[in-house]
Write a protein that binds this ligand. Structure first.
Ligand code: C2E
Ligand code: MG
Ligand code: MG
Length: 479
């Protein structure tokens, strides 16, 4: 029977002649009913497979298909957008509120797009936007427009919610041709935007390596640690009033057998994303404490700083680990300083703060790194149990000539004095900058003008020379 065959072939639109009153007519009528129910079942299966049931947007599977169908051979732009701090909002206000928030976000994103553009929900609080090709200024303007649309307060369940988002941006075919590599790269860029609080970041600016190089680095990190390829270098912190080196920052380097010396900016962000930072931090802490203990024993006490990341601050075992290491190396705790960034405190502020207080109670020093690049105010910093504030290089560069930077640095120093915090100026590269910082009573300076980071043996010799030489007021070592 031709009708049955067409239905079997998946054409559910074919009319079934149901007018006959004999047995064949009855058969045709049941066939018609069967056709309708199979048709609607297939529709709902397709819907489930392709549509995100919460928001009604296309889901990840559909996005991949649409990309293959429409974009594989043409140019365009892909945004991956994540909502900042969605997990704590969800936890604090409940999943029902979280769900409503995601629906509202979906509506706003859809409203911002053109006819042929697509927004899909990938999972959780992540969305993907597939956009028409555009030049960089136009892409930036569009990313801003999306962020503004999401920043408009949302009213959910009678509560006003302010949310923010971060966007990772890639263009194709320039940044990759397969949708999976584009999504991965956009995802890395989104995480960079989150960390920097910059709203958006371009995948093409992540580093000069293509995505597959970065991925191979990620894969190699574990072995690198086992093979001893990581090294701790030290950069001195100069006490300006005493003109002596009183501290140092431990900065990790990766001595890669093929790629040479890899700076931390090219692997630490991935270590943070993949959780591998949980292995790196204890390693560098151990190195730094061992060296700090040696310097102290040789009569050269140096307050040694180690950088912590968000993961570390939320790690329940961190405080115990540090307590054990301090005991093991018999290091006076005040010779260890931990540097944290403001953004590391933002994800789960209560837990991070609890750990900060426990660390402070051990007697070690805490420092706010990269101050000025995030959103934290000094009023907020005041509530934290910290001892030191490091003004970011962005404000220190040209501070002797730039009135705005000068005003920011000068007032930060004054306020820190009131709050009992010592101030480190990061990234001073010229004699003029160091002189200016000394003239406004900045406590410490760390920068290429004093010295670049160096291997431990060089550092030990360099500091002992520097502190014995008794340098003249502005005569720091040249870089
Ligand atoms: P940071 O903690 O702000 O460290 C200061 C960075 O500024 C270092 O870069 C240092 O070499 C650089 N720097 C210092 N003085 C100058 C200067 O005068 N001019 C310029 N242009 N740069 C200067 P580095 O070593 O590449 O480290 C970059 C970032 O990587 C660090 O920023 C820190 O956030 C992170 N990092 C480094 N080591 C570790 C580590 O062991 N653990 C973690 N979690 N992060 C680390
Ligand atoms: Mg630091
Ligand atoms: Mg810094």
């Amino acid at each position: 029977m031709a009708v049955a065959e067409t239905i079997a072939n998946g054409d559910y639109k074919r009319e079934v002649p149901v007018g006959r009153r004999d047995e064949i007519g009855a058969l045709l009528r049941s066939l018609a009913i069967m056709r309708d129910s199979i048709g609607s079942r297939e529709e709902s299966i397709l819907r489930l497979a392709y549509v995100d049931t919460l928001t009604g947007l296309p889901n990840r599977t559909r996005l991949l298909e649409l990309f293959e169908a429409r974009c594989a051979d043409c140019a365009g732009v892909l945004f991956i957008l994540g909502i900042d701090r969605f997990a704590p909002i969800n936890k604090a206000l409940g999943h029902a509120v979280g769900d409503q928030l995601l629906r509202e976000i979906a509506v706003r994103l859809k409203g911002a797009l053109g006819e042929s553009e697509i927004v899909a929900r990938l999972w959780g609080d992540e969305f993907a936007l597939l956009l028409n090709p555009a030049d960089k200024p136009a892409i930036e303007a569009f990313a801003q427009k999306i962020l503004m649309a999401l920043r408009e307060p949302m009213s959910v369940d009678g509560q006003r919610l302010d949310i923010d988002a971060s966007i990772g941006i890639v263009s194709f075919p320039q940044d990759g041709s397969s949708i999976t590599s584009l999504m991965r790269r956009a995802d890395l860029a989104m995480n960079a935007a989150k960390r920097r609080h910059s709203g958006f970041a371009f995948g093409s600016e992540l580093g000069d390596e293509p995505a597959h190089e970065q991925l191979s680095l990620i894969g190699e990190m574990r072995e690198a640690l086992a093979r001893g390829e990581f090294v701790a270098w030290y950069q001195p912190k100069l006490n300006l009033a005493q003109n002596r080196i009183s501290g140092a920052e431990a900065l990790i380097r990766w001595r890669h057998p093929k790629k040479g010396m890899i700076p931390p900016g090219r692997f630490i962000p991935f270590a943070e994303q993949t959780g591998f930072i949980r292995e790196i931090t204890p390693w560098i802490l151990r190195q730094a404490m061992e060296h700090a203990a040696q310097w102290r024993q040789s009569g050269m006490p140096v307050v040694t700083s180690v950088n912590l990341s968000t993961h570390d601050l939320l790690n329940h075992t961190l405080v115990d680990q540090i307590r054990d290491l301090i005991n093991q190396y018999a290091l006076p705790p005040e010779l260890l300083c931990l540097e944290i960034t403001e953004s590391a405190l933002m994800d789960e502020p209560e837990l991070a703060l609890k750990h900060l207080h426990e660390l402070a109670a051990l007697g070690l020093k805490l420092s706010i790194d990269d101050y000025g690049t995030g959103q934290a105010s000094l009023a907020y910093v005041k509530t934290l149990p910290v001892h030191e504030l490091k003004i970011d290089r962005a404000f220190v560069t040209g501070v002797d000539r730039d009135h705005k930077n000068a005003a920011i640095v000068r007032s930060t120093i004054l306020l820190c004095r009131e709050l009992g915090l010592s101030v480190v100026a990061e990234g001073a590269e010229t004699k003029e900058e160091v002189d200016w910082l000394r003239s406004v009573d900045c406590d410490l300076v760390q920068g290429y003008r004093v010295a670049k980071p160096m291997p431990v043996t060089d550092f030990t010799a360099w500091v002992s020379d520097f502190n014995q030489a008794g340098h003249s007021a502005s005569g720091t070592a040249s870089s």
